[in-house]
Design a protein around this ligand. Sequence first.
Ligand code: SAJ
Length: 433
Amino acid sequence: MTLKEKIGSKNAKVGIIGLGYVGLPLAVEVAKAGFQTLGFDHNEEKVGLINKGESYVEDIDAQIIKELIEKGKLKATEDFSFIEEQDVVCICVPTPLGPSQEPDISAIISASEQISKHLRNGSLIILESTTYPGTTEEVVLPILQNNGRKVEENFFLGYAPERVDPGNKKYTLGNTPKVVSAIGGEAKELTKLFYSQICARVICLSSPKAAEMTKLLENIFRCVNIALVNELMVLCDRMGINIWEVVEAASTKPFGFMPFYPGPGLGGHCIPVDPFYLSYKAREYDFHTEFIELAGKINENMPYYVVSKISEALNKDKKSINGSKILILGVAYKRDISDTRESPAIKIIELLLKEGAAVSYHDPYVEELRVGNKAFRSQLLNEDVLRASDCAAIITDHSNVVYEQVAACAQQIVDMRNVVRLRYQVLETPGID
Ligand code: SAJ
């Protein structure tokens, strides 16, 4: 069978490298579609959990993994030599930033090197990780072409960015359009054919660079617009205007507007990170991506703004941060998930500790949290805890917290998600539900 026939008939063997919040959902969908799927990860614990039919990714139900394991459609391994059995290999590894905001694509490089070591002749390799335009052709391709191999002759190479929105129950891999591209016509066809087995809509672009840039535009769009409303929140605060009312009102415009909401800063491993992949690459072209730099500055400043608001609130009771008991509500990076990576709450707690505050937190999704060398455990939320706190700061507005109680019992509240005010304040602009 040709690769095209194998993919079309779902007889292709598919390897997924990197079993995180992108790779595991992809492996599950590929296995559910009927492909023999092998997940690769160097994390022994993750491999063990998957093979036991357990899930460590909130959006993936363990039952589904168990069924796919029992059917023999899904397996996980740390042994990268099994790459030689794969007809299709997707790279879904993290692309963080280094200590001075420079891209760290070491995971992409080591995955590519593993593939190069065990590459099966004629297989299709697809990079999914979010990265700067040029990575597929300038970084992955040379590694795969070493020892005389040639792209399109000995292997095919594509790029297809992930669009996973953790916690989003409405949009899944299957119903989210998939942008793809590849090097050469045949590779484009194979990549489109592969994803059309698991995604309702596949859009093929002219080049991997265009697809890499598409993903960055999506995330920079969010980063810049969140920075815009964050900056307007600070201004509206000084002007005595309710920014939340303004955003809700602007949202009534049925065209040409998309609401973003101010908050305590940017969390997660995408929006605060991905834009700096482009600003890094742009410098090679003597280009300064000013919007990204400005947005980064504004978003990075938000935790400091939150601390200033807490200080202002305490001041109403003639208290200082130093020695005050401050209760942080919600430390995950966004609502109704447990992920705390890059969460602004961590920076806020760090700053408060430095000012001498006694900090505790409540987050129903996050049992324990480490900030620097200090370990915290989520504490129960009740009237006594609220009354004993000098200030309660709502940083992440999980849906399952009783904000009525917070509003009734807290001595002071800093509400960075407007969840208390929204619940208790009828917006002056009638007709907005
Ligand atoms: N945030 C705001 N105001 C907003 C929206 C978000 O302050 O109006 C904050 C959130 O609290 C969070 C951060 O920004 O701390 C990022 O939030 P996010 O909603 O962008 O969610 P992520 O980073 O988990 O996932 C995003 C995807 N989200 C959406 O499209 C809604 C999407 O941009 C990417 O598919 C994904 O990153 C990724 O993997 O790149």
